[in-house]
Design a protein around this ligand. Sequence first.
Ligand SMILES: Cc1ncc(COP(=O)(O)O)c(C=O)c1O
Length: 297
Amino acid sequence: MTNTVSSSALDDRDGVIWLDGRFVPWREARLHVLTHGLHYGGSVFEGERVYDGHVFKLAEHTRRLHDSARELGYRLPFTEDELMDATLEVVRRQGIGDGYVRPVAWLGSEHMGVAGGDASVHVAIATWEWPHVFSTEAKEQGIRLGTSRWRRPPPDTAPVRAKAASLYSICTLARDEAYRSGYDDALLLDYRGQVAEATGANIFLVAGETLYTPVADCFLAGITRATVLDLAAELGVRAVERRVRPEELGQFDECFLTGTAYEIQPVRAIDQHEYRTGKTTITMMESYDRLVRQITA
Ligand SMILES: Cc1ncc(COP(=O)(O)O)c(C=O)c1O
C-alpha cells in the first residue's frame, strides 16, 4: 500500500496561495535559499482538513500555530482572527470542497546564524484537494506499522508540544525506514521505551470495548485525539490515557491512528501483533465522519 499522492508536483499548480497577507499566484509563492527556516528549522506548521467547504476545528489549529511559534520563541505577525479569515478566503478562492490546508510560518533570511533573534516572521497558507493519506483499501482493511528504532525525545531536549518542522526529521527517518521494510507507517516509542505515536498521528488501542491511548507528555497531543476522547465520552465508551508498554501490544484487540490528515485510520498489525477493525473502531470512525460533516454543515 502506498500513500495517495497527487500527480502534479506541489510547486506546479494553478490558483493562489496566501503569503504574508497577499494572495499570490501558486507558482510564485517562493522563498530565498538562505532562509533561517530552511537551515536551522525555524518553522512551525499546521495541517487542517476541509469538509464540504468548511475547515474542521479551524480555531483550534490556528491557536496551535500561534502556540507553536511561541514555543519556538517568536510571534506571528497576524492575529488568530486574521489567519482564520485568510484560511477561509484561500479555501473559497481555490474552490475546495473536501481537502487539506497547510498553514506554515518561518523565520526569514536577514541573518545567517542559529539565533532567531529579530529575524522576520512569515506566514503562508495553501490548500488543495487531498482525499486520504492512505489508499481506500488501507482505509478499509487497516495498515501495518513497524516499530521504529527512532524515538520521541524527552521534553527537556526538544520543543515537544510544538508542531515544529525541526521535529519532523525523526518522523521522516522513521517513515522512510518503515516503507523500506514494507510497512505503511512506523510506530514510534518514546525516550523511555513506551508506546508514543505514529509519524503523523496519535495511537489508540482497544481491549474489550475500552480505548487506551498513551499519555501525551512528549509528543503532540493531537486535536483529533482530543476529538476522539470527547466522542468516546459522549458515546459512553470508556477511554483511558495511560502509559502503554510495547510488551503489552499483543493484548489488544483493535488499534487505530488519529490525526487531521489520517482521520481515524484502522491498524491491522504492529510488527507481529494483529488487530481487527472491530466494533469499537468502526463506531469511532462512523461518529468522527458524522461529526466532521455535521458540525461544519
Ligand atoms: C507527529 C504527529 N502526531 C500527531 C498528530 C495528530 O495531530 P492532529 O490530530 O492535531 O492532526 C500529527 C498530525 O498533525 C502529527 O504530525
